[in-house]
Design a protein around this ligand. Structure first.
Ligand SMILES: Cc1ncc(COP(=O)(O)O)c(C=O)c1O
Ligand SMILES: N[C@@H](CCOP(=O)(O)O)C(=O)O
Length: 526
């Protein structure tokens, strides 16, 4: 095939050539994967569509970025029709303050939070069925950058970025696990799901936001902006994601970690990825304060979720949940909360889908906090009276040991806008919930244990009904938090019954001893 013919075939295989498609049927139960249409399947319903270019081999002088370049430099590329900018968060319609995404700005003139505002009028020129079909068509392909669950929604994330600038590990598209046994056995629920955002490149949902932030930094550096590195304060997951994406792009990363307050698995991640790691004798809130001061002085770009770019990536997890249910809206989504960017990201993703006609409602959101670090919970219980930060105490859910969350205003907005609820979990509750979930085949982190505790409480009080479709967001991989599981299963935690502990049995290395313990075990379980 000549290079021109090859380019033409590539361009014709672009999802932008699809029909807008019809809404999928509304069903309950397991999502029907056969209904997740590939671009080729969708294109085949169009009699003018070219035959699928599945047989070609990439010419040796091209890679998937270069292919994307061919697609996107075409004048027909629709990305040019869409745009986004920073605006003050929750500003009145009369407010005219705004900033280009190519500016380095984290706060509004009044010191408030920023938000990324998309040109919704431009996006609205395409109906909900078009967007559903377009997003569905990109699942399961390696077309750069759409193989990523984040960048498969590029027009809604960073519409103007050149695909060449994107730094992606094809994050997202995470498993939506039907928690059949956990739901039935412990809660009498049939339609319970766990969105495994932690089964990801660096083992947490932070990858979704970091691919966007580091891609934009890559662009800023190419534009000659003064960014010598990217920095964050972290309880372990933001630093892991930042260092991995920066290492992939060859950008220096600097991470501030509270000394002795994160797991070993998390500590080793930025070390391995070549970040400049500062272990600081304070807590996360102290590190956050320091990184804000440092990034105001030095040309280090701030990567925490105070930076609203991050939330553009994280919001795609909400869109993905709808997509995985064939655009049927669940009744509840439960998210563990710490610095509180993610609960707003979920709200924003759901809300955009409603605004742009992909769905007709949004789920009720629940934010779950550890009782040892519960400023949002206390604020909610006070009827949203004056917000007071707290001193966050040690918790097994160490990634949410945060007392002064930067996104408190965003979280309150999301919860009010979704008729939401805030719940809390004691250490014993969250560890029991984690162990129970693990005993049904999951291997979750303690933060997911916090979210499951919220579910258990709301189910027991009847707020969540037995047939309500409910999604619990699992935010990190359990393998990052093995020490907490070892402590629990050894029954080694002060003042905790560890009711579901399953310690290994020490047995002598002879047939008789092994038979004795096996017979005892089998007689108990029969
Ligand atoms: C594993 C895990 N779960 C939940 C959270 C809470 O997310 P957010 O800070 O956006 O509330 C974090 C980070 O804070 C985290 O690392
Ligand atoms: N859990 C987070 C805390 C920082 O949150 P961020 O979303 O503001 O970066 C972490 O892993 O560091």
């Amino acid at each position: 095939m000549s290079s021109a013919a090859y380019s033409a075939a590539l361009f014709q295989s672009s999802p932008f050539h699809l029909n807008s498609g019809k809404p999928q049927g509304r069903r309950r139960g397991r999502p029907n994967l056969t209904l997740v249409r590939s671009s080729y399947a969708a294109a085949s319903s169009d009699s003018t569509a070219p035959s699928p270019p599945t047989k070609h081999r990439r010419p040796p002088d091209q890679n998937i970025r270069q292919e994307a370049h061919l697609l996107h430099t075409s004048s027909a590329s629709p990305d040019r029709r869409f745009s986004a900018k920073y605006v003050p968060f929750n500003a009145p319609p009369s407010c005219t303050e705004s900033y280009s995404l190519d500016e380095i700005v984290y706060r509004s003139q009044s010191g408030g939070l920023l938000d990324v505002a998309h040109d919704l009028d431009a996006l609205r020129r395409f109906d909900g069925a078009y967007w559903r079909s377009l997003f569905d068509s990109r699942v399961g392909h390696t077309t750069w950058p759409y193989g990523s669950g984040v960048w498969s929604k590029k027009e809604w994330v960073l519409p103007e970025i050149d695909p060449d600038d994107i730094v992606s590990a094809f994050e997202g598209n995470s498993n939506l696990f039907w928690a059949e046994r956990f739901g039935k056995q412990f809660l009498g629920m049939s339609d319970l799901w766990v969105k495994h955002c932690g089964i990801s490149h660096t083992g947490s949902f932070k990858d979704l936001g970091m691919t966007v932030l580091v891609s934009q930094v890559n662009r800023l550096r190419r534009l000659g902006k003064p960014v010598v590195g990217v920095g964050c304060a972290s309880t372990g997951d933001t630093s892991a994601a930042l260092s991995a994406y920066c290492a992939s792009a060859g950008i220096p990363s600097i991470v501030f970690l509270p000394a002795n307050k994160i797991s070993i698995a998390q500590l080793v991640q930025p070390i391995a990825n070549g970040a400049f790691v500062l272990s600081i004798d304070t807590d996360f809130d102290g590190c956050m304060q320091l990184i804000r001061e440092v990034t105001a002085e030095l040309p280090i770009y701030l990567a925490n979720s105070l930076n609203s770019l991050r939330l553009e990536g994280q919001k795609t997890a909400a869109i993905e949940i709808l997509q995985q249910f064939d655009w049927e809206v669940p009744d509840w989504v439960i998210v563990p909360g710490g610095n509180l960017g993610n609960i707003y990201a979920f709200y924003k993703g759901f809300h955009m889908c409603k605004e742009l006609g992909l769905v007709d409602r949004i789920p009720r959101l629940v934010c779950a906090q550890a009782a040892n670090a519960n400023p949002l919970y206390l604020h909610y219980k006070s009827g949203w009276a004056q917000f007071k930060p707290v001193k966050a105490n040690m918790t097994f859910a160490s990634a949410i040991q945060i007392g002064d969350p930067v996104s408190i205003d965003r979280a309150v907005y999301a919860l009010k806008g979704s008729n939401g609820i805030v719940e809390e979990a004691t250490e014993e509750e969250l560890m029991d919930a984690m162990a129970q979930a693990d005993s049904t085949g999951m291997f979750i982190c303690p933060h997911t244990g916090v979210a499951l505790t919220a579910l258990i409480k709301l189910r027991n009080s009847g707020v969540i009904g037995p047939t309500d479709r409910t999604v619990v967001v699992s935010t990190a991989h359990g393998l990052k938090f093995t020490q907490s599981k070892i402590d629990y299963h050894s029954g080694n935690i002060a003042d905790m019954a560890c009711r579901f502990a399953n310690p290994p049995v020490q047995v002598k290395a002879d047939f008789g001893s092994v038979m004795d313990v096996l017979k005892k075990y089998l007689s108990k379980s029969s």
